[in-house]
Design a protein around this ligand. Structure first.
Ligand code: ADP
Ligand code: ZN
Length: 437
């Protein structure tokens, strides 16, 4: 992107010491707000013997109890809401990827701050009021569409509120209105890219220049694929409904980790087994404390996303700490024949070996032994090969996966278009072992 730009320069480039002082000041107030207004969390604090007066700044954060997704499910739908309902203006809800949905409440201020975070992300990829921003994340309960929509308005882009799906219409509006920024899940971006190719629209012919893709894990290999398919720069964005939605963190032009909006969200990484706080730079479970949220102010919320925080200087000038791509949640991790496997590791191998990002993984247990089946779609070009060539390609891909994971999968190369496409978050793993338990 051209010159360096920020949506809120004073905040985004604030010296670290100053951000920490700001966080401390906000934390003290926030703990009091939660203690006074959320009986459930007050109960957790009382049980741990900690009072709001014990929190003098971020150095005391470790004293506070954690919240988990189970607490949120237990308190469904509104047990953690900290303001009168009359002050709430909206709810959003999780996608329910890993179980019962969680409902998050927002005041108007909560919405404004969330949209500002998304606006920071859009400006970071070069967005201005000259841009046409196509929002192809789902609208409705899912936070993707509403969040980026609000951010796009704040930047002053011409916003195309497409929502997900209806690929022909996406391509028609993209072309007719000259969309320059595309926001959707990475799996849908790849699908749109393929569809453009089929229609004979080359990467140079489309008007896009950047994409903001998130809401699901994706690998660097997938990024390169999408960048080539669409002829754009592809940037990552991260968030979760519990903490607000997309824009908790976002990538800058460096494309090397996502800056966490530290003025609003205080991040820690912990050992997921012991709960011990880890030093910045070690891999652990990401935990967030909301510093400004009024309606749904979670403190020390365990995301189950595994990643690393780094505070080294970023050449974009932003000072906020960066998080690496979370490569799967602790509960996405499959244990197959005693080996820890993240679906993203398999994706890396597939794309490195020249296959498409259209795949699915099936785990089962046969005669007390775990089985791993990987289905990978061939492209039209690859499919014309002979049966013999396909069998040998399956073997060589199985070997590459075995080298990465240490376990032997059964690889099935399947015809083009035979694996269902996702318009929102991709569902890639079926663990049939759960059905037998
Ligand atoms: P659900 O937990 O039901 O999927 P959300 O829609 O709120 O609910 O999704 C939030 C989760 O999505 C995050 O906790 C994280 O696991 C995943 N996620 C969001 N953005 C990214 C990203 N850029 N990279 C990897 N995972 C992401
Ligand atoms: Zn940066």
């Amino acid at each position: 992107m051209s010159e360096k730009r920020y949506y809120q320069p004073e905040i985004e480039t604030m010296p670290t010491e100053q951000i920490k002082a700001l966080q401390s000041e906000k934390l003290i107030k926030q703990v009091k707000h939660v203690y006074d207004n959320v009986p459930y969390y007050r109960g957790l604090m009382d049980k741990k013997g900690v009072k709001p007066e014990d929190i003098h700044g971020i150095e005391d954060l470790y004293k506070l109890p954690f919240l988990t997704k189970d607490d949120l499910r237990d308190q469904y739908p509104d047990g953690l809401v900290a303001v009168p309902k009359s002050e709430c203006v909206r709810i959003q809800s999780t996608s329910g990827t890993t179980g019962r949905r969680v409902v998050a409440f927002y005041t108007q201020k909560d919405i404004d701050l969330w949209e500002e975070c998304c606006a920071r992300a859009i400006v970071a990829v070069g967005g201005t009021n000259e841009d046409v921003c196509q929002v192809a994340y789902g609208y409705g309960l899912f936070t993707g569409g509403p969040g980026l929509n609000g951010g796009s308005h704040k930047v002053g882009c011409l916003t195309l509120p497409m929502s997900s799906g209806n690929t022909d219409r996406q391509i028609q509006f993209m072309t007719d209105l000259g969309a320059t920024i595309l926001c959707c899940t990475p799996s849908y971006a790849a699908y749109l890219g393929e569809s453009l190719k089929e229609k004979g629209i080359s990467p140079e012919q489309n008007t896009l220049k950047a994409g903001i893709f998130g809401a699901e894990p994706w690998t660097e290999e997938m990024r390169r694929d999408i960048e080539k398919l669409l002829g754009i720069k592809a940037y990552d964005i991260y968030g979760l409904t519990e903490i607000s939605g997309p824009g908790v963190s976002f990538e800058c032009e460096e494309q090397n980790g996502m800056h966490i909006n530290e003025d609003h969200f205080l991040a820690e990484t912990i050992d997921p087994d012991t709960g011990e706080v880890l030093p910045e730079g070690s891999k652990g479970e990401l935990v967030f404390t909301c510093l400004d949220k009024e309606a749904f102010p979670l403190l020390r919320y365990r995301t189950r996303d595994i990643c690393v925080l780094k505070r080294d200087k970023c050449s974009c000038g932003r000072t906020h700490v960066r998080m690496c791509k979370p490569m799967g949640r602790s509960d996405d991790m499959l244990i197959i024949r005693g080996v820890n496997v993240f679906p993203s590791q398999i994706e890396t191998v597939l794309l490195n070996e020249g296959y498409s990002p259209n795949y699915k993984i099936e785990v089962d247990r046969v005669n007390n032994t775990d089985t791993l089946d990987v289905y990978v779609e061939l492209t039209e070009g690859q499919f014309s090969d002979t049966v013999k060539a396909i069998t040998s390609a399956e073997k060589s891909l199985a070997n590459a996966i075995k080298t990465m994971l240490g376990i032997n999968p059964a690889v099935h190369l399947v015809p083009p278009k035979s694996i269902a496409r996702s318009e929102g978050k991709a569902v890639r793993v079926t663990d049939k072992r759960k059905l037998h338990d």
